[in-house]
Design a protein around this ligand. Structure first.
Ligand SMILES: [Zn+2]
Length: 92
């Protein structure tokens, strides 16, 4: 990937979507970090929730490749996709 901006010793933060394109990234919101992390939930559908053991309207968390935990609340939308609302009071 010509735009790889990370040392090769770091596990690739990129994942590919169904078309083999790198997923979009955003800067980690943790102050002092700002590393680019993948947007994980593009096209995430309601039926995917149970695949990952998550429940709608419950605070769920995941850890970005940079090691920072994020907490989100999955909210099903009418179109079958899931919106992820950042939980307030981010865990340390
Ligand atoms: Zn981070």
């Amino acid at each position: 990937m010509p735009f790889l901006r990370y040392p090769p010793v770091v596990a690739s933060p990129f994942s590919l979507d169904e078309q083999g394109q790198p997923k979009p990234t955003y800067p980690c919101p943790r102050p002092g970090c700002r590393r680019e992390v993948p947007v994980r939930f593009k096209g995430f559908r309601v039926e995917h929730l149970k695949h990952v053991g998550w429940e709608a309207y419950r605070v769920e968390s995941y850890v970005n490749w940079c090691g920072h935990k994020r907490e989100v609340i999955p909210v099903p939308r009418e179109d079958g996709l899931v919106a992820f609302v950042p939980a307030l009071g981010e865990a340390r």
